[in-house]
Design a protein around this ligand. Structure first.
Ligand code: GLY
Ligand code: MN
Length: 422
């Protein structure tokens, strides 16, 4: 289903606080590899441009002038070289050569240059930031076409994950798991992965963004996989954690704590709920589980107040996902970053609204660089069972992540088809 660009642009034009400023949104240029060959990094048009045009081509510009109430799309002429080497065809739009005269006819007006910066436009960083905040906010609620493609990305992601349980035997490498997972994505319609696939076995499962290696999983180890199939520019972002063979009672308890906290956090994803509150409530649930496991001591709320949860849950609860793996995360316009140290890592601070799609991804990890840090040990000396922690220092970690569509009728888990039983 192609996006309804006309209504998307109309909504943006009404929502952006442009005043008399003109809007110029650039798609960007490919970045050459450092060795100066004719190769470039994979090109993705700037997400703001892609949102307005559904176009992934280079060097395009889309403009909006509030005086004319008119959107115009300028695209470069396809070259013979592009036709010969890449089979590129001419994109529809006005010739890019007409952009300069269009801009010159508006000289003296403020220009909000979103997307990729145009070299001929002096960057007005204050205006850009103001308009970008408005853009981000206006694009937060996913429209019907975006939800449709996200469902397809979630289905392709589920197909990849379906291959994993049968492969979880001692000796399987992280790399082999990545290959089978991504093969499943592509067979089910993915056009790429939405970000670099994370696979960590054993202690590597506690490294938050671990790149798969030739390390082989051993019996009794955790295996953490965080990956998403993308279709076009839209991606899912899913994490599952497994154990090779039979989990130990401690592993099972840790897993159940994370799973229960994740399910409770998902249930809290309703319109009007503050993201920071959902994050902190989840931190309390995780800490309560650690207290029940005798890993921590004290009242869960007080432990979270003292930031002790960050020893085992050092990241935010999630982020918005869709047009890219971070999509329109960030702050509600008018808010400033919460100064509380344990909230600095949160990727957003806003109330949820219908149409938002967020990840919910709590985790509990044994991360040696955090747990062996003398300052942290001293600060939290009395609230952590350090000898038990030391016994499990190389156990790794558990993260469970789903993609939640916030609706007026309650949370809809787009990735519910991917099993979560240990
Ligand atoms: N999927 C990786 C992340 O959300 O950071
Ligand atoms: Mn994520």
């Amino acid at each position: 289903m192609p996006p309804d660009l006309e209504s998307r642009r109309h909504r943006l034009a009404n929502a952006l606080p442009l005043g008399d400023a003109i809007l110029v949104v650039g798609s960007g240029q490919p970045v050459p590899l450092p060795e100066n060959s004719d190769q470039t990094y994979p090109f993705f048009s700037h997400a703001e441009y892609a949102y307005l045009t559904d176009d992934d081509g280079i060097d395009g510009v889309i403009t909006y002038d509030p005086r004319d109430d008119e959107w115009l799309s300028f695209v470069p002429a396809v070259t013979e070289g592009e036709r010969v080497w890449e089979g590129t065809t001419q994109r529809s739009g006005l010739p890019l050569a007409e952009f300069s005269p269009w801009l010159a006819a508006r000289s003296g007006r403020p220009i909000a240059n979103l997307g990729a910066l145009r070299p001929e436009i002096p960057a007005d960083v204050t205006l850009i930031s103001h308009i970008r905040n408005g853009f981000r906010h206006a694009s937060r609620s996913k429209d019907a076409e975006e939800i449709t493609v996200l469902r397809a990305a979630a289905a392709a992601t589920a197909a990849g994950y379906a291959a994993i349980p049968a492969l979880l035997r001692p000796g399987i490498t992280e790399r082999a798991l990545q290959i089978e997972l991504e093969t499943g994505f592509f067979r089910a319609g993915a056009t790429r992965t939405g970000y670099n696939t994370i696979v960590g076995t054993g202690p590597n499962s506690a490294i938050l963004h671990f790149s798969p290696t030739a390390r082989a999983a051993q019996t009794g180890e955790f295996v953490l996989i965080d990956a998403g199939a993308a279709i076009g520019r839209y991606t899912a972002d899913v994490t599952r954690t497994y154990v090779v063979g039979t989990p130990s009672p401690f592993q099972r308890d840790l897993y159940q704590v994370v799973l229960a906290a994740e399910e409770r956090a998902i249930a809290r994803c309703v319109p009007g709920a503050e993201w920071t509150d959902i994050h902190l409530a989840c931190a309390v649930d995780l800490v309560a589980g650690l207290v029940a496991m005798n890993v921590m001591r004290g009242h869960p709320e007080s432990l979270v107040e003292a930031e002790a949860h960050t020893l085992f849950f050092p990241h935010g609860l999630g982020h918005m996902v869709g047009l890219g793996v971070r999509d329109a995360s960030g702050l509600l316009p008018g808010r400033i970053k919460n100064p509380r140290p344990c909230l600095r890592t949160l990727r957003m601070d806003l109330p949820l609204a219908p149409g938002y799609v967020v990840t919910i991804e709590p985790g509990l990890y044994f991360i040696p660089p955090l747990l062996q840090d003398p300052a942290r040990r001293e600060k939290h000396r009395d609230v952590v069972n350090w000898s038990l922690v030391d016994q499990h220092l190389h156990l790794g970690g558990v993260r469970i992540e789903d993609n939640i569509h916030v609706t007026a009728d309650g949370p809809e888990n787009l990735t519910a088809a991917i099993p979560k039983t240990l």
